[in-house]
Design a protein around this ligand. Structure first.
Ligand code: RP5
Length: 172
């Protein structure tokens, strides 16, 4: 999905060490059939390339940008400063502060420059993919229908676990 069609979502990671966590976002975009690209770009190590990426994202056809970064995680905020596309931030638990640093750096944006900040780590990465699908689903009925299916599958999965637990407990 990431290489065949022209991307609708950009995933930026501050380092290739963020890829394992952010693959949870990729998996969700694959599930919803949304083409994406994943790039390693850093607010601090590649500031000019990051700015260029953010400034050209809308004209290249992207509808949202997911950004995963850890530690002094300024990447999502810098991207948001250079685009009017929705930016979804994922704080990565890659430092000795276990993502709390990245959470605060990502969520505490000044008024006027929003970053939709998800939970720290893999749950946040998964939710970033789903949140991007919810944005794109407003204009794409196939994604909207898949979102309904996703919720139904999630509900069925939990009810199934409950059923198994109840039947195990009855055998005691
Ligand atoms: C951040 O620093 C990255 O997003 C990563 O989470 C963390 C560590 O990066 P590396 O030193 O592994 O490249 O900028």
């Amino acid at each position: 999905m990431s290489t065949r069609s022209s991307p609708k979502v950009g995933i930026l990671i501050g380092s290739d060490s963020d890829l394992e966590v952010m693959s949870e976002a990729e998996k969700r975009l694959d599930y919803f059939g949304i083409p994406y690209e994943t790039r390693v770009l850093s607010a601090h190590r590649t500031p000019h390339e990051t700015q260029k990426y953010a400034e050209s994202a809308a004209e290249r056809g992207l509808d949202a940008i997911i950004v995963g970064a850890g530690a002094a995680a300024h990447l999502a905020g810098v991207v948001a400063a250079h685009t009017t596309l929705p930016v979804i931030g994922v704080p990565i638990d890659s430092s000795s502060l276990k993502g709390l640093d990245a959470l605060l750096a990502t969520v505490q944006m000044p008024g006027g420059v929003p970053v939709a900040t998800m939970a720290i780590g893999t749950a946040g990465a998964a939710n970033a993919g789903i949140f991007a699908a919810e944005i794109l689903g407003r204009k794409d009925p196939k994604i909207a229908a898949k979102l309904v299916q996703f919720k139904q599958e999630m509900t069925a999965g939990v009810l199934d676990k409950d059923k198994k637990l109840q039947s195990e407990r009855q055998k005691r």
